[in-house]
Design a protein around this ligand. Structure first.
Ligand code: GLA
Length: 347
């Protein structure tokens, strides 16, 4: 078990960027950098014990700065979309940066994926970790309040990659943090993920309009291509989903805030399996629909459509404008907490 730290270049604002590489007792390797708290590599064994990198990404910091579809990034202050880039809270209307048509996506123009985080290494008996801290100032991208955020990225000896998010504010503000890793359990760049088999515990989803904003309904997945309550290949019914999967699923909350197993994905050739545990009420399944070969990923491989899938644990999109959805408002004196773990194994 151990952690190494190396320089990874310079951010656009002149700050130096560090890359931390965490290794657990089983040889699993997780690399994360301080720019965007981005996961750059995650090497896990296949059924024969051979390590493979299961997350999409780039070789250099410059590539991440130039143009990335949020590969491996921390998303916030509000992951996913806020309609018309505006919301009203305690009778004050706030205007956010619009960066997805008229909507705000993943925190705006300079979200948490594009700032340099302060990092500190920690180690316990059964894990190695990096703790990232950042204070998003009052008015940042239009959001109210100084928001102090801590995210602990932990690699456990059970081959779990666990992220524990906490935050506190000095003014009421919406918050919704997630990680935008694109996975391919056969190995990043080896092909598409359509034959990966997915099980999702969600029995409902939040349908969206043509700008991907929820209509407020919670509809059953039964009888639709969104039903993964019985394991199914991601590609089996994708032709019936215009554009591919980009949907928020409503998770059955056991107890509010309790860590629950919500998804399992397996890939037959490698034998790799990933389980997803979260405290969150929602999960976005995104199948890399917008990847089109224009991003040259690690070792120069062009990432084509569906080369990766994301399972973004989250609160529902546009909650600040949707009174019937679970609240995403954090008030002074409260502590925001979200825990998500991606745990790896083989069959
Ligand atoms: C999320 C969104 C998608 C897309 C990707 C980034 O998954 O739901 O619509 O914006 O991020 O490309």
């Amino acid at each position: 078990m151990g952690i190494t730290k190396t320089g990874f270049g310079t951010a656009p604002d002149g700050q130096s960027v560090e890359l931390y590489t965490l290794t657990n007792d089983n040889g699993v390797v997780l690399s994360v950098m301080t720019y965007g708290a981005i996961v750059t590599t995650l090497q896990v064994p296949d059924r024969d014990g051979a390590l493979g990198d299961v997350v999409l990404g780039f070789d250099s910091l410059e590539d991440y700065i130039r143009d990335t579809p949020y590969f491996g990034a921390a998303c916030g202050r509000y992951a996913n979309r806020i309609a018309k880039a505006t919301f009203t809270l305690d009778e004050v209307t706030y205007k956010l940066a619009a960066n997805d048509g008229d909507n705000s996506l993943h925190g705006g123009l300079i979200g948490l994926d594009k700032v340099v985080w302060q990092a500190e290494e920690t180690e316990s008996d059964d894990s190695v970790a990096v703790s990232f801290r950042y204070t998003s100032p009052d008015g940042d991208e239009g959001y109210p309040g100084n928001l102090d955020i801590e995210m602990v990225y932990e690699l456990t000896n059970d081959d779990g990659f666990r992220i524990t998010y906490t935050a506190a504010t000095d003014q009421a503000t919406p918050i919704n943090l997630t990680n935008h890793s694109y996975f391919n359990l056969a190995g990043a760049g080896t092909g598409d993920i359509l034959s990966h088999v997915l099980r999702l515990t969600a029995d409902r989803y939040t349908p969206v309009d043509d700008t991907l904003i929820p209509t407020s309904e919670l509809l059953p997945v039964a009888g639709t291509p969104l039903d993964f309550t019985t394991p199914a290949a991601i590609g089996a019914r994708i032709a019936d989903v215009p554009g591919g999967y980009d949907h928020n699923f409503v998770l059955p909350m056991v107890d509010d805030g309790e860590l629950a197993l919500v998804a399992e994905v397996s890939e037959a050739t490698s034998g790799r399996v990933m389980e997803v545990f979260t405290t969150e009420p929602g999960i976005q399944l995104y199948t890399g629909n917008f990847l089109d070969g224009s991003h040259l990923g690690k070792v120069g491989i062009a990432y084509q459509q569906h080369y990766g899938f994301c399972l973004e644990t989250q609160h529902f999109p546009d909650s600040p404008n949707q009174p019937t959805f679970p609240s995403t408002i954090l008030r002074p004196g409260e502590v925001y907490e979200q825990v998500t773990e991606y745990r790896f194994g083989t069959v």
